[in-house]
Design a protein around this ligand. Structure first.
Ligand code: SF4
Length: 325
């Protein structure tokens, strides 16, 4: 088992394919990511770019087969999660690594009261008595802004609003005090006011509990509000990584630039937003050379022939593009 004490999460050259009857789908093509405790790393890209496979592989939820880990490591607190037995991963999930999702209604059990769902986690992972678990559940409802509400504990999911359900799901995710929180598009289904409240809540939780957070989104505008660092993923490859400020002030990669130009902005009112032409390639059919070349306004002949190497441009800012000098 490989050891590294530097980061909470350290993904090195992780490369995953899905083997199907019609051929292999290359979902992740050697990605590198790190997250330190107390840091929010955002992973941004369009649907189908590899964000979900990344989060599912950290949770140990990528089924092998049909998935195959071609190479790489996924170190959590220095221990490689790849190849860990299911029983070990079950112990980590929920307790050490927790996840919140886009649509809480899908993940909350409609037939169980909220209190039963939160206390179940505490009894299972922290061996609490039922009474202790109820007290703790009330504390965490308070932390996520719902107050120490017995009414919420005694409600079924359908009796709560969308924003309350998302807060409940966050309470469930953090109640065992995880070191790493994965937030998969947690605000996409919410209206703008609620989005801002949930982003603020996640930022406060990161500080309060010193958690590392992997924040997954397709929206650079949202990510700008919350992330310390940002990695942009395209066709299973990280194409640019930088601090929040550097990514927006000194954008290097044409794909990141295209994502930025598609963000709605009050100043662009009355102007058409620029959509990125074409679509993300299927993982079975990734273009040769730079995977972005069929959509890239700067593409040259070499772009379809040679895969660009990821280069470091200083201050932790890296990009993989032939045309960045
Ligand atoms: Fe565009 Fe070429 Fe850079 Fe790829 S390598 S992003 S195609 S300029």
């Amino acid at each position: 088992m490989q050891k590294s004490d530097k980061n909470l999460l350290d993904i090195n050259n992780l490369d995953i394919s899905f083997i199907q009857a019609r051929g292999a789908a290359h979902a992740l093509r050697g990605i590198d990511l790190t997250i330190a405790s107390g840091e929010i790393l955002a992973l941004v890209g369009e649907s189908g770019s590899g964000k979900t496979v990344t989060s599912m592989s950290i949770m140990g939820l990528v089924p092998i087969p049909p998935a195959r880990i071609n190479k790489g490591s996924l170190l959590f607190k220095g221990n490689d999660l790849i190849g860990q037995p299911h029983a070990e991963m079950r112990k980590l999930r929920g307790k050490e690594i927790a996840m919140i999702f886009q649509e809480p209604a899908k993940y909350l059990n409609p037939s169980l009261k909220i209190g039963e769902q939160i206390t179940e986690m505490l009894v299972l992972h922290l061996n609490m008595s039922k009474k202790q678990a109820v007290e703790k559940a009330l504390e965490y409802l308070d932390v996520v802004g719902l107050g120490k509400s017995r009414r919420v504990l005694n409600s079924y999911p359908h009796e709560l609003s969308g924003g309350m359900k998302q807060r409940v799901m966050i309470a469930m995710a953090i109640c065992c005090n995880p070191s790493l929180l994965i937030a998969d598009e947690p605000t996409t289904a919410l209206d703008v006011t609620l989005q801002l409240q949930i982003l603020k809540l996640i930022r406060n939780l990161k500080k309060q509990f010193s958690m590392g957070v992997l924040f997954i989104s397709h929206n650079l505008g949202i990510v700008r509000e919350i992330a310390d660092r940002i990695s942009v993923i395209y066709a299973g490859k990280i194409v640019e990584s930088a601090s929040n400020q550097n990514l927006f002030e000194d954008t290097l990669h044409p794909y990141t630039r295209a994502l930025l130009q598609s963000i709605p902005d009050a100043e662009k009112r009355g102007h058409r937003l620029r959509a990125i032409p074409g679509s993300v390639p299927d993982a079975e059919n990734i273009p040769s050379g730079c995977g972005f070349h069929p959509r890239c306004p700067l593409a040259q002949d070499m772009c379809s022939q040679e895969i660009p190497l990821t280069k470091d441009y200083g201050n932790g800012h890296s990009a993989a593009c032939h045309m960045v000098h």
